[in-house]
Design a protein around this ligand. Sequence first.
Ligand code: HEM
Length: 423
Amino acid sequence: MPGRLATRYAPSFRLIEAHFGFGLVGLVAFSAALLVRATAVQGFFFQPLLLGLVHLCVLGWLMPIAIGALHQLVPVVFEVPVRSERLAWSAFGLYAVTAPLFIIRMWTLSADWLLAVGAVGAAGAIWLYVLNLYATLLRSGQRSLTGYYVMAALGWLLVAVTLGALLAINLDRPFLPLFHLALLRAHAHAAAFGFFGLLIMGVAYRLMEMFLLSHGAPERAGRVAFAATNAAVVALVVSLAFGSIAWLLALGVGAALVGVGAFALQVSAIYRRRTQRRADVAWRHTASSLVYLGLAAALGAALALAPLGQPWTDRLHLVYSLFALVGFIGSIVVGQLYKIVPFLVWLHRFSAYVGLKRVPPAGELLGERWKRVQYALMHAGIGALALGVVVDSAALRSLGATAFAGSAALVVRNLVVVWASKP
Ligand code: HEM
């Protein structure tokens, strides 16, 4: 089955290496910043430290890896070369300069022209990526459920980063006709649920079929998840942007719960038909990410519909962001890296020797032991961080951040071992 991932349409290994490498540096920077500032992670979500940490996490770690994976998967799954690899490299160059600038300015909330330049530059780079991927997808005659998920996710990414850039300019020179904090929440949900949520759902179906050798699962639940999740994001973004229109917010929350439930049904339909029975650490990360998605959906619903009062509203808001960004998105990103990176290294370094000498399968380029330790540290870290926020214990937050930093170091160690392996 790995052969199916390796067609002549795949872009240069260098392009994927550059994005995954950038993302891993971002993971190290995020986990180090969290470790240093864990005791201060508390209170209302709108504060420089949290704005900085959120964007270091999403723009430093998660986004570059998602973009890199998209440039590998879209050409291969839809059997059409990337529209322009040069444009992808130009976008990478612009992103590598402006995203760190934006994150640093956000960290100190220096609401000036440099923040706006960083934000507009990073948003501009993402526009280039998305237009290049759309041009690639539209050249492919193939239409599939995963394709529609990817196209919808990319659309929400454009909405999210454009709103983000406008918010950054608004901080420097207020001009937006709507309430800043309301638009901020709309931006966050378009990005996290619209882009990352739909992308992970759509790609998860295809990766599970490929790596679990699963065929023939009916797609009904997947189509319901697609419609309900998109309806949820529309309702949430519009409602939040206009200051939380209660009936529309409730509709959005309801649709989101239907979307998440239908996604879980589709995943279990694919899982039940698997012929690859060995559940390795990569799949445990994927299963954990589903649990975090369920927890985040339940917390989001409670925060939107129930008046919890302080300090619980602030605390559960932070746990909601932690479970959504680090738990749901972070776990599946790590889990899929443990699948994609060994396969790409096998393809580009080992496949030429097949039949000439003994070549280990991709799955043997990295043992399970250090992956298991990494898995345990990551989820223990997230759990301790969440508990440390709920009971307001700085010591627990530091403990959680230490375990998470240890797991981040092991992710890098494990992937470097694979990347450095030679036939
Ligand atoms: C080019 C990309 C992006 C830009 C320019 C951007 C810009 C911004 C700005 C200006 C704010 C409000 C800050 C303020 O009012 O002080 C913000 C808040 C936020 N953004 Fe982004 N953003 C981007 C990407 C993302 C992505 C991809 C995600 C999530 C997946 C995200 C999640 C959030 C969250 C959760 C907040 C609220 C954080 C808090 O208040 O603690 N952003 N963003």
